[in-house]
Design a protein around this ligand. Structure first.
Ligand code: FAD
Ligand code: NDP
Length: 512
């Protein structure tokens, strides 16, 4: 039962809009109809500009494809959060007997019901985007775009029909796709492009990688009841505060996810009809390398993403890309402007841009305003908040403790922190030992300016969003702690923070 392929009927390839002519000229052509491209095109159209959006999904190596809207809507944030929610609901159901619910021992989950409903919801979003483009008189062209010269794009649809489109301005918003490690047998594995549309339940799953995508997928698979292992090559959640990453992983481990540390896969082989034999190497504490093998039903590679710039023809027209990442390099004055002035880049394809949907959307809108409405407002890529939707969510904005120490020096940093117990967990069996929050502050003029906010607990995304606003406004610890809390919430633990890490005092919160 190696799970494969997309669910039937996903609204993937569609015919090109009949409203575009073979030799159309536009004010703006956007290549890529994902979060950034759609936001940019709609904003430009609102200024009365003639706009076209090209969006074409090349099937994954497993044949998965999808409709308009890009990664976030089809194979990213949306299906991920819905599956995360399904897993949280399952955990709550199973651990609610002390709340008075008579919960049977054999609570079970049906993968195909979840998958079917998630993908029906996505189809409604795909349709909504098409309607929005039509309403704004934007030409949606379901074709793959390649530059043939600096002002002309060649668009080829799934029937190999070809047309040439010219424009005054181009925006490259082609995002990225998952990358596979360079080992034998990767064709037996899947990626995040395939997991949300598997026809059969994933079964015993190995997730290779230990960052956002890996931990989020492993978290919901465990929560849905699948035997799940995470293969960690080095550390979990590179780039995040490492003491907090350890808490996130510890909670996952407590909930049943297995972690294979210091390990990298070396080969995948078919095993019987429906299984995969994985061979990997683990580095032991004494630095010796030990080889292991084990059979899994599904191997999910979450080993990073590559920018979709290879076949765009950018090199021949002088658009500079990073040779390693393939991402487009913006100018120092205007990060979205490429080395060719009338060609811009936004979202995941832009070097240095955090790979997050709200970032792609905001930079796309601001770009359209600068191009067509006389604005000079630039995107601020600093202090971008984010949340990792692991079973215990982790929200943060600003610097990790390690980065703050490196940037400002240990003696100039003060860290306020606390463990806490969410009241909603109090009479359930949900483990609260990883619930924790901390503020990383820089001492300035007898005040403490907050440079890092970290929160691990339920609804971390909701909690973090509001605090991110205050961080953008330059809030100090003194201002934050003068704010009255809302009781009983988890977020109030942040305004109540008073123990410094330096003091060595017990940081567990007790009572009200
Ligand atoms: P995309 O959304 O990738 O859109 C690019 C579009 O261009 C695609 O439709 C592609 O098919 C098309 N295209 C590519 N080349 C061509 C071409 N030559 N011609 C025509 N069309 C082309 N971010 C968050 O903020 N929160 C989350 O919770 C979150 N979860 C995620 C979970 C997963 C599993 C993944 C993989 C990502 C997640 N992200 C999340 C990241 C988020 O999805 C991306 O940052 C966002 O989608 C980037 O938008 P974009 O417009 O740059 O590119
Ligand atoms: P990342 O590049 O962040 O992480 C890749 C992971 O794969 C790392 O743990 C890396 O380990 C590991 N890895 C790479 N190659 C190998 C290999 N050959 N063998 C074993 N392990 C390997 O990629 P992601 O796909 O997780 O995320 C991409 C981006 O998508 C994120 O940066 C984020 O911006 C966005 N995203 C956002 C989400 C959100 O907002 N909640 C959710 C999901 C994605 P090592 O550290 O050792 O290099």
């Amino acid at each position: 039962m190696i799970p494969r392929r997309l669910l039937a009927g996903l609204g993937g390839c569609r015919h090109a809009s009949s409203s575009t002519s073979a030799s159309a000229h536009y004010d703006l052509v956007v290549i890529g109809g994902g979060s950034g491209g759609l936001a940019c095109s709609k904003e430009a159209a609102s200024f009365g500009k003639k706009v076209a959006v090209l969006d074409y999904v090349q099937p994954s190596s497993q044949g998965s494809t999808w409709g308009l809207g890009g990664t976030c809507v089809n194979v990213g944030c949306i299906p991920k959060k819905l599956m995360h929610q399904a897993a949280l609901a399952g955990t709550l159901i199973k651990k609610s007997s002390k709340l008075g619910w008579n919960v049977p021992d054999d609570v079970s989950h049906d993968w195909s019901t979840l998958c079917g409903n998630v993908n029906n919801y996505i189809r409604s979003l795909n349709w909504g985007y098409r309607v929005q483009l039509k309403d704004k008189a934007i030409d949606y062209i379901n074709a793959y775009g390649t530059f043939s010269d600096a002002h002309t794009v060649r668009a080829v649809d799934k029937r190999q029909n070809e047309r040439r489109i010219t424009a005054d301005h181009f925006v490259v918003a082609v995002g990225g796709r998952p990358q596979y490690p360079d080992i034998d047998g990767t064709e037996l594995g899947i990626t995040s492009d395939d997991i949300f549309t598997l026809q059969s339940p994933p079964g015993k799953t190995l997730v290779v990688g230990a960052s956002y995508v890996a931990l989020e997928c492993a978290g919901f698979l465990t929560g849905l009841g699948y035997d799940t292992s995470v293969m960690v090559r080095s550390i979990c959640l590179r780039g995040f505060d490492q003491s907090i990453s350890s808490l996130v992983a510890a909670h996952m481990e407590h909930e049943g996810t297995r972690f294979l540390r210091n390990s990298s896969p070396t080969k995948l082989q078919r095993h019987g009809e429906n299984e995969i034999l994985v061979t990997w190497q683990a580095v032991a504490d004494n630095s010796s390398v030990v080889e292991h093998t084990e059979v899994f039903n599904t191997v999910l590679f979450a080993t990073g993403r590559t920018a979709s710039t290879k076949s765009l023809g950018l090199e021949s027209i002088g658009v500079q890309a990073d040779t390693h990442t393939g991402k487009l390099i913006g100018s120092a004055e205007c990060p979205e402007q490429t080395s060719v002035p009338h060609i811009s880049a936004i979202g995941d394809v832009l070097q240095g841009c955090p790979e997050l949907t709200p970032v792609a959307i905001r930079s796309g809108k601001l770009l359209a305003r600068r191009l067509f409405a006389g604005s000079s407002e630039q995107m601020n890529y600093d202090l971008v908040p984010t949340t990792v939707f692991t079973p215990l969510e982790y929200g943060c904005v600003g610097l990790s403790e390690e980065d703050a120490i490196q940037r400002h020096g240990e003696s100039d940093i003060e860290v306020f922190h606390a463990n806490y117990r969410p009241l909603e967990y109090a009479i359930t069996d949900i483990d609260h030992s990883s619930c924790y929050t901390k503020l990383v502050c820089v001492k300035e003029n007898k005040q403490h300016r907050i440079v890092g906010f970290h929160f691990v607990g339920p609804n971390a995304g909701e909690v973090t969003q509001g605090f991110a606003v205050s961080m953008s406004a330059g809030i100090t610890y003194e201002q934050l702690s003068s704010c009255v809390g809302i009781h009983p919430t988890c977020a109030e633990e942040i305004v109540k923070l008073h123990i410094t890490k330096r003091s060595g005092e017990d940081a567990s919160v007790s009572g009200c």
